[in-house]
Design a binder for this molecule. Sequence first.
Ligand SMILES: Cc1cc2nc3c(=O)[nH]c(=O)nc-3n(C[C@H](O)[C@H](O)[C@H](O)COP(=O)(O)OP(=O)(O)OC[C@H]3O[C@@H](n4cnc5c(N)ncnc54)[C@H](O)[C@@H]3O)c2cc1C
Ligand code: FES
Length: 276
Amino acid sequence: MLFSSKSEIVQHQKKGPALFRIDLHAPEICGEARPGQFVHLKVEERGYHPLLRRPFSIYDLDRQEGVLSITYKVVGLGTEILSQKRQGETLEIMGPLGRPFTQWKEDQKIIMVAGGVGYAPLNFLARELLGRNIKLEVLLGARKEEELVGEEDLKAMGIAPEIAVEEGPRGFAGRVTELLKRKLEEESFHRLYSCGPCSMLKEVTRISREKSLKGEVSLESIMACGVGACLGCAFPVNEGSSESKLEVSIGESSGPKTSYQRVCVEGPTFSLEEVF
Ligand SMILES: Cc1cc2nc3c(=O)[nH]c(=O)nc-3n(C[C@H](O)[C@H](O)[C@H](O)COP(=O)(O)OP(=O)(O)OC[C@H]3O[C@@H](n4cnc5c(N)ncnc54)[C@H](O)[C@@H]3O)c2cc1C
Ligand code: FES
């Protein structure tokens, strides 16, 4: 079920030079949301500017208190306006939206790979997997140390993530995908879940396929309506691997067929077989 309401800002904290966490009172959404889903926020400064809502993954939930958390990075006008909002103000929120992560099972060994603020949907998933007899390893990557997201929250859950910072000085000095490659040489996992920049996800998918590792990625495309009506978020997906699709094929080639799917409805989570 989809809810749209005004939601009070319970807390708004600066977490890094351009990173924020905002906690919103949204009990109906909290009651329904599952890891991998997102909300669409109206962040207008005044009147209808900017017109379009902005999508954010659900980072964490407190179902008892009805509080939903988002962790975001300031990249442009909408997130800049959002960063100015204060505790006690309200925001229009719509959700939960999109297809959640699926397929994990008890007794599995799972690896998560995150790039910067791409950790956002994985935090909610990590919390969901806690206490389910699942062995979870998390690789957090960023270009700079200040762009790392989730380390404190993972530690609070009793999970010690491995860190990769491209510009050093902490953890593995390089890309998180290189760390993943090394990790998969040493150990095997049942499933992988990943979110981050598109180039990173492409490499994560390639590495996973080489190791026949199954899993899911969460894509971040630019969105307009967020509810499947405008087709603005369409992304090419390999046919024959998903359950629900838009019937828009490109070309009649003899190779694997591609169709376009809406990241806001059929995604944002896709299986590793479906993308790239
Ligand atoms: C399903 C989903 C979940 C997301 N979850 C989070 C989250 O938890 N935390 C977070 O910080 N961000 C998240 N994003 C990205 C976030 O929606 C954008 O950063 C935000 O909409 C940018 O708004 P803006 O007005 O500040 O930027 P704009 O002024 O609109 O754009 C500034 C720059 O950011 C780029 N940009 C804008 N939107 C996106 C996008 N969706 N993906 C990639 N680049 C974009 C633009 O191309 C431009 O270069 C998510 C996106 C999707 C689709
Ligand atoms: S954003 Fe409109 S269809 Fe996905």
